[in-house]
Design a protein around this ligand. Structure first.
Ligand code: ZN
Length: 197
């Protein structure tokens, strides 16, 4: 995935031994035998995974967009099906899905792969889906100053599947609209229609 491996959570690497220690303690507290073979390297593996899945903290999402200029194109730009993986901040359980971004440039555009980097930077943290959605919209609005932005995020939450209400397969859909998308239902419909293709 674009940008996913380019940076990692340095705070985790700098405190590797402590993080491993605490993972080991949790394993003991759930009743595990931390000396058995399958678990010997688990604290180290979890720590390396944290470097990656929490790599969003290492970057300011505003900086990943790599803005370029194009005065010509002031029509709808859509990048859809951008896969993301995140961790729900309530349970530290994974949720994942796809994000769809549409915007109408007013001179500044972002490289298409940079939109995927933005999604990574925002989602590789402890998050809630609603905030991922609004942060993507707000950052695009702030950095590109487009005529309008619409973001739709779909997500499947393991904390909904594996625990609590236990509803596997249910999907959460969130959206955020800014600028012209807020005023024009025709524009919102055009965006949603193009997502279906
Ligand atoms: Zn949760």
């Amino acid at each position: 995935m674009a940008g996913a491996k380019d940076y990692s959570n340095k705070q985790v690497s700098d405190n590797r031994e402590q993080v491993e220690h605490h993972v080991r303690e949790i394993l003991k507290l759930i009743g595990e035998n931390v000396e058995r073979e399958g678990l010997l390297d688990t604290p180290a593996r979890v720590t390396r995974m944290y470097e990656e899945i929490f790599s969003g903290y290492a970057v300011d999402p505003r900086d990943v967009l790599g803005v370029t200029f194009d005065e010509q194109h002031e029509e709808l730009v859509i990048v859809k099906d951008i896969v993301y993986y995140s961790q729900c901040e309530h349970h530290m359980a994974p949720f994942f899905g796809v994000a769809h971004i549409g915007y109408i440039p007013s001179g500044k555009i972002a490289g298409l792969s940079k939109l995927a980097r933005l999604v990574d930077a925002v989602s590789r943290r402890l998050q809630v889906q609603e905030r991922i959605t609004s942060q993507i919209a707000d950052i695009l609005e702030e950095v590109l100053k487009p005529h309008g932005v619409m973001v739709v995020v779909e997500g499947e939450h393991l904390c909904m599947c594996a625990r609590g209400v236990k509803k596997p397969g249910s999907k959460t859909v969130t959206s955020a609209v800014r600028g012209q998308f807020r005023q024009s239902s025709a524009l919102r419909s055009e965006f949603l229609e193009l997502l279906k293709r």
